[in-house]
Design a protein around this ligand. Structure first.
Ligand SMILES: C[S@@+](CC[C@H](N)C(=O)[O-])C[C@H]1O[C@@H](n2cnc3c(N)ncnc32)[C@H](O)[C@@H]1O
Length: 260
């Protein structure tokens, strides 16, 4: 799997992020070497990145993007033939942009390591409702050729568990075919039965033809069995309570308690 490094501007377009969204606490999962969290941080946005690679690679992940894209250049040229050119002029331009974004990522992970958390779907190291909005690009559905439906179900439920308001997933097409992930409607039905309704929206970002759909899960009414009501005895402080977790945790998300 290629570790990619998309930018804040691409995230805004892929996830249809408005100004109100950027006032929220955001999780980028999986973030890879994307510069979203770095650029968001500069704008004062409260964003955190999670990726399984952060357990092993941190700053070097930025270098890995440079090495891998250079190594796979021929493949990228072939694969992106006929794709839309509004974001990248060609595969070489994409490699240039990803390299620049990966450098921004490297500088930020070195400067603000607490914003980059090692974690692996379908089990994230965060308490329920730790974030308002969770963004997930280019893993779920995209790698539907190698991640099965059980993994997708478990991963979607996990993203919903840590999202207080919404989860947004982009794109909905499988990487090697460009066709919509075939289990999508089934999974949406199952999530709806569990109290997570969803909708599909078209967004302005369309690099791969047809890959311009975003799945939005509404998690506000979702109450997974493990979820502890804020304010209940033994529950963590409510995220917005004065003097709550911020006092001890500048990032304000909460790690999952062992055994929950
Ligand atoms: C194609 S990159 C996407 C990165 C970023 N969202 C972007 O669009 O530039 C996919 C990322 O998923 C991460 N990944 C793969 N399986 C994962 C899992 N089970 N849990 C968390 N991250 C995972 C990889 O390490 C890789 O960085």
């Amino acid at each position: 799997m290629l570790v990619s490094a998309r930018s804040f501007a691409e995230y805004r377009a892929m996830f249809a992020l408005g100004e109100r969204d950027l006032e929220q606490r955001i999780l980028d999962c999986p973030a890879g070497a994307a510069s979203f969290v770095a650029e968001a941080g500069r704008r004062g946005v409260d964003a955190v990145a999670v990726d399984l690679q952060y357990a092993e690679h941190r700053e070097e992940l930025g270098l890995l993007v440079e090495r891998e894209t250079a190594f796979k250049r021929e493949l990228l040229v072939k694969e992106t033939e006929g794709w839309d050119r509004s974001w990248y002029a060609d595969a070489d331009d994409m490699i240039r942009q990803w390299t620049a974004n990966a450098r921004t990522f490297r500088a930020d992970i070195a400067a603000r390591p607490e914003r980059y958390v090692a974690g692996s779907l379908p089990e994230l190291p965060f308490a329920d409702d730790s974030f308002d909005l969770v963004l997930s690009s280019h893993l779920l559905f995209s790698y539907g050729n190698r991640l099965d439906e059980d993994f997708h179900r478990a991963a979607l439920l996990e993203l919903a568990r840590v999202a207080r308001r919404e989860v947004r997933i982009f794109p909905l097409v499988v990487y090697d075919t460009g066709v919509r992930y075939q289990g999508l409607d089934r999974l949406r039905g199952e999530l709806a039965e569990l109290g997570v309704p969803s909708r599909v929206e078209q967004v302005s970002y369309e690099y791969r033809p047809g890959g311009n759909e975003l799945l939005v899960l509404s998690t506000a009414a979702h109450r997974p069995s493990a979820r502890t009501a804020p304010g209940a005895a033994g529950a963590p402080d409510a995220p917005d309570a004065p003097g709550a977790a911020e006092a001890v945790d500048p990032v304000r998300w909460r790690h999952r308690e062992p055994g929950t």
